[in-house]
Ligand binder design. Structure first.
Ligand code: GLN
Ligand code: ZN
Length: 770
């Protein structure tokens, strides 16, 4: 006799040892909201541009919600409470949560549209900060909470979505961000006294959550409270306190606390002492400890991953459900992080055959995988990808998996083993820095050399040319000639400005990861696999599904063309192995470490070929080094060790006379600073000069960005000069480089010329005095 059984989808609710709970047998924790055709993106951008009004934006949202519920219902999420609501957002669900509790900073209240003013800034008012949502590539708006934040419940949005769904015939389960996660993700409001932490306001906030829950109670049987922070700080007294108080409310719906992005074992005792009615756990990391404490309550087993694009093995999933004592089947987290559907991806095995013409960034036409007549496809290349779609599941396919697993129910069996990295990690070393520095003298660089991070503005004309060649309207040779012209223009600009180390400007790249994915074996790219990154911004992550190999040089022709046009050194420009895997969906059958090392080998071949072609300076970007840092402290050291090893492997082919640069997109690198040092790059450029102290003690080349490229503002020569002088307080003049804080591709040529000429002038002035 099975320990428990799960009710048939759409039929009776889950049954635990004969006890029927009223939680549906199948559910998902959340769903993408940008729209299968990025409808929300288009509606937002048209609203922001003033082309359409509020009403059109609201209408677009209403239509997307109705479509989503209808589709999910069709896929089998039919029992009352199986469909989540309030998971739609016009911009960000954390911002929505801040609004729902009244945490709107005073300075935004007078704006014409306070919500978008917080999200994007308005009338000289900078937006709230934005940062990464746990270890995903989604970014949320950071709420500001101070001692005087006047919390007030505004349940309008969850209530309206409930009513809207009800009118369409769906009894939904509203999803709210949990109070502890909200406070832990918030920052102290500017002006808050030192030592204040938003968590100090927990009791006040719980009053407001009490009001939100009682407003929802008459309309919803269950409410889901998302507490992913439980995985990070499991044992925290805040969780215990919060859920004791919320569960003790008299007028409340049943509470499902959703923990995700890892093993919630440490948090379960705190949540179990409170009489919350159910818990959702992420089983893709194994079965957490302490689940037995929830016996007799709803346990949603998150066996279908919301973080990857792979099909779920039904036997392994059923064994996990059995081992966890799950009473319902769910996704490990919201499906926000995966594309909508495989439908329309019929070209996947041949993957990067010209992207759809309406996509804003088509596949790189000169890619050897592109379907242009000129492309010569090495025999057998595609065969490794045959059958790829059958191994994939995007959001819709994952919903179908949840539904069918719920119908099958748990079944004891062997638990899946996550692949573990075996074997020792060899860390490759180049010659000692002193010898490299000596060997690089003949580059003939002045003190405080001026350079850029790689990309120059990408014109609409270039993007149009890419689309034209993808659509067969422009021959490949014509496109390549356009790229060469663009490189010549970028070189001429830099010579005129007086930069010391030039770049080719990256005009051939649609994206710094996708471009490489298109040129490496083992990757596929989708036509329409967009995933929301923040607000209206989406990315189309490549799918790393097979062994990675570099069939042919990728960047060499562009770098050598650039170098042929100038006597100054041109810096070759590559994306590092950690960043390539961080921004892709990665095969699950090998440890991430080993996949990254394969990518490192491919990058190493490119480094070797660039060097052989006479390129003396090569930058290997790792802006995502910190992004992959595991959430749990005890896993961080192991990650950093292999991330460093991968980078060093990628750069180890460089002879002492070849100068290796790296670039990281942040300066607040406290947790990874020693790893950045261990990369052993000859020159490291980082974001924001504000924290020059962070790089004190760095004894190789360092370029703390001298101005912020994310803003259109042109920096004054004086301010750059004073930043450089401040940097010289901690950095030896022979080690200091001068550069913007990131690539220039989002700026205009006018902005770039004005800014860089001030940078060159400032560097020249400071050079006089060292
Ligand atoms: N070389 C890349 C560029 O300049 C680096 C981008 C990044 O750091 N994200 O665009
Ligand atoms: Zn950057």
């Amino acid at each position: 006799e099975p320990r428990l059984s799960i009710g048939k989808t759409g039929g009776p609710a889950a049954t635990i040892r004969g006890v029927t709970t009223d939680f549906p047998a199948a559910t998902i924790l959340g769903y993408p909201r940008i729209g299968p055709g990025r409808e929300l993106k288009h509606a937002l951008e048209s609203y922001w541009a003033g082309r359409t009004g509020r009403a059109a934006l609201e209408e677009a949202g209403r239509r997307l919600r109705a479509q989503t519920w209808a589709r999910l219902h069709e896929l089998g999420l039919r029992a009352p409470g199986a469909l989540p609501s309030n998971t739609f957002s016009q911009y960000d669900h954390v911002l929505d949560a801040a609004v729902a509790v009244g945490a709107v900073p005073e300075r935004y209240r007078g704006a014409a549209d306070p919500y978008f003013a917080m999200a994007r800034g308005a009338d000289g008012l900078p937006p709230l900060r934005m940062t990464k949502w746990f270890d995903t590539n989604y970014h949320y708006i950071v709420p500001e909470i101070g001692p005087r934040t006047a919390f007030a419940a505004s349940p309008d949005k969850p209530l309206a979505e409930l009513a809207e769904a009800r009118a369409l015939g769906h009894a939904t389960r509203p999803v709210l961000l949990g109070p502890v996660t909200l406070l832990r993700l918030a920052r102290a409001a500017p002006g808050a006294p030192g030592g204040f932490s938003p968590l100090d306001r927990l009791d006040d906030l719980l009053d407001v959550y009490g009001e939100l829950l009682s407003a929802l109670a008459p309309h919803a049987a269950w409410v889901q409270l998302d507490e992913p922070i439980a995985v990070v700080d499991g044992g925290s007294p805040a969780l215990r306190h919060a859920y004791r108080r919320l569960a003790a409310l008299t007028a409340r719906p049943r509470l499902l606390v959703a923990t995700y992005f890892g093993d919630a074992g440490d948090a379960l005792p705190a949540l179990a002492v409170a009489p919350v009615d159910g818990i959702a756990v992420d089983l893709t990391h194994g079965v957490p400890r302490n689940l037995g404490l929830f016996e007799g309550r709803t346990i949603v087993g998150g066996v279908v991953s919301g973080r990857d694009v792979w099909r779920t093995d039904p036997d392994a999933a059923r064994a996990l459900l059995a081992a966890a004592g799950a009473t319902a089947v769910g996704t490990s987290c919201s499906l926000l992080h995966v594309p909508y559907t495989l439908r329309g991806e019929s070209a996947l095995p041949e993957s990067s055959k010209a992207a759809s013409p309406e996509s804003s960034e088509p596949a790189s036409p000169e890619s050897s995988k592109a379907a242009s007549p000129e492309s010569s496809e090495p025999a057998g290349r595609e065969s490794s990808k045959a059958g790829l779609p059958e191994g994939l599941a995007f959001a819709e396919e994952k919903v179908a998996e949840v539904v069918s697993l719920a119908a099958l129910g748990p079944k004891e069996g062997p638990l899946p083993q996550r692949p573990r990295a075996a074997g020792t990690l060899g860390v490759e070393s180049r010659a000692p820095y002193a010898a490299r520095e000596q060997a690089q003298r003949d580059l003939g660089l002045p003190p405080l050399p001026v350079t850029t991070i790689g990309s120059f503005p990408q014109t609409g004309e270039l993007r149009a040319a890419r689309a034209a060649v993808a659509a067969g309207r422009l021959p490949l040779a014509g496109y390549e000639a356009r790229i060469e012209e663009e490189i010549a223009r970028v070189i001429a600009e830099q010579e005129a400005l007086g930069l010391d180390v030039l770049v080719h400007g990256e005009p051939e790249r649609n994206d710094m990861v996708q471009y490489f994915a298109e040129h490496l074996d083992g990757f596929a790219v989708t036509r329409n696999g967009w995933v929301q990154s923040y607000g209206s911004r989406c990315t189309r992550p490549p799918i790393l599904h097979g062994d990675v190999r570099r069939p042919a040089p990728i960047t060499v022709r562009w770098a050598t063309h650039a170098q042929s046009l100038t006597a100054r050194p041109v810096k070759g420009m590559l994306t590092g192995p950690v960043t390539i895997v961080a921004w892709s969906f990665v095969r699950p059958d090998l440890p991430l470490r080993d996949v990254t090392l394969q990518v490192a080998d491919a990058v190493r071949e490119e480094v070797r070929d660039l060097q052989a072609a006479g390129i003396r300076i090569i930058q290997v970007d790792e802006p995502a080094l910190r992004e992959l840092l595991p959430l749990r402290k005890e896993e961080q050291e192991e990650y950093l060790a292999w991330a460093v090893a991968a980078y060093r492997r990628a750069t180890s082919a460089a002879s002492p006379g070849t100068q290796i640069h790296t670039h990281l997109c942040y300066s607040d690198a406290a947790e990874v600073l020693s790893a950045v040092d261990a990369l052993d790059a000859d020159v490291t450029s980082i974001e924001a000069a504000r924290s020059a102290f962070a790089v004190a003690g760095f004894d190789r080349g360092i370029g703390p960005g001298v101005y912020d490229i994310h803003s259109p503002r042109v920096p004054e020569r004086d301010e750059i000069e004073s930043r450089l002088r401040a940097a010289l307080a901690t950095i030896h003049p022979s080690r200091l480089w001068v550069n913007p804080d990131c690539g220039l591709k989002t700026r205009t040529y006018d902005e770039v010329r004005a800014a860089l000429s001030n940078v060159v002038a400032a560097a020249g002035a400071v050079r006089q005095s060292v």
